[in-house]
Design a protein around this ligand. Structure first.
Ligand code: ZN
Length: 338
């Protein structure tokens, strides 16, 4: 991986492409961003330097994209447009530098955001090509039209992400024909290895990506361990990756060990007492007959008396804590039968 520098140079010979692989069974996504010939070779397993090449948990591309700010692009586009029409060299260079700074900020400021990188590089390369044009006004106009189409999707999908998080149905996106060019490559023949490739508008790649995720029936979730947004198979999935699953198991074990080590029969008693108490609250809420509530309250009184007696015995080391705890658990059936 090489990265991309926003500097004044000759434009690249081939088009820049973004290739996306949505691997639903493997729950991951792969991205390749680079010159078309290099991406094609990399997809066939050859060593090539690309602007970006990544394998990540499925959903990262969409989540990053949905969180990318819409601001900043227009300013960069106008700086480049001004650079094309500038009369003085110093003025042109100043505008160029301002645009280069803004574009690299858009690309890098959002982490390794593939969509932002793709758009920033495309705009810069278009500028390099437009510099060669004879009619500077027309070149500036073409650059602005091109860049506006590319940056249009940013900020548009934020409300949709919120819907997705709330498990609401996602409305299909309408796009027109000039916004629909997408190539589908099968670079490794025998294997089921499908890649969507764009070299112009970003939107077809986004629509393809989200459609694949919808077809797979995945839901957007927030990880309970790291807080990241991810796609899971159902509403019960709360952990984003193997790493978080491991971390969560570790945390649970630590908690359990802590409890067992302390032999905290005091805490166990509090827990059991709450269990009884909650059952009575539930009966009241359900509008149970006063006679039934009375029986439950009497049973709680009896349980409390017995339990406190046993707790005292544990304290005086006349009764093992484990025996006390299992006695309390056995008593749960009493209140449950009322
Ligand atoms: Zn996580």
């Amino acid at each position: 991986m090489e990265g991309y520098a926003f500097v004044t140079k000759e434009p690249l010979l081939g088009p820049v492409v973004l290739a996306l692989r949505v691997d639903v069974p493997g729950r991951k996504e792969q991205l390749w961003l680079g010159e078309e010939q290099d991406v094609e070779a990399a997809l066939r397993g050859k060593e090539r330097s690309l602007f970006l090449a990544q394998t990540r948990p499925l959903g990262a591309f969409w989540c990053e994209f949905g969180q990318t700010a819409a601001e900043g692009w227009t300013q960069a586009i106008w700086a480049l447009s001004d650079a094309l029409t500038a009369k003085k060299r110093s003025q042109r260079e100043e505008r160029e530098q301002a645009a280069a700074h803004l574009l690299s900020q858009q690309a890098e400021g959002n982490g390794t955001n593939a969509a932002a990188w793709y758009v920033a590089i495309q705009i810069w390369e278009m500028y390099l090509r437009c510099r060669r044009g004879r009619d500077s006004q027309q070149a500036a106009q073409s650059l602005r039209d091109y860049a506006q189409l590319l940056t249009l999707p940013f900020g548009q999908y934020t409300p949709e992400m919120v819907h997705w998080l709330r498990d609401k149905p996602v409305i299909p996106v309408w796009n027109d024909r000039r916004d629909g060019k997408l190539e589908v490559w099968y670079p490794q023949g025998q294997m089921l290895f499908e890649c969507a490739v764009v070299k112009e508008s970003l939107r077809p790649a986004l629509i393809y990506y989200r459609q694949r995720i919808l077809d797979a029936g995945l839901l957007m979730r927030r990880c309970s361990q790291c807080g990241r947004i991810f796609f899971g198979p159902d509403a019960r999935s709360t952990l984003c990756s193997d790493r978080c699953r491991k971390a969560s198991r570790k945390a649970a074990k630590r908690q359990f060990d802590g409890r067992a080590k302390g032999k905290d029969y005091e805490q166990a008693y509090d827990r059991e007492y709450m269990f009884w108490y909650n059952r009575i609250t539930k009966l009241k809420k359900a509008g149970a007959p006063p006679e039934q509530i009375g029986r439950a309250q009497a049973a709680l009184k009896e349980f409390r008396k017995e339990a406190l007696l046993r707790k005292q015995q544990v304290k005086e080391k006349k009764l093992p804590a484990s025996q006390f705890i299992s006695w309390m658990i056995g008593q749960e059936a009493v209140i449950e039968s009322i």
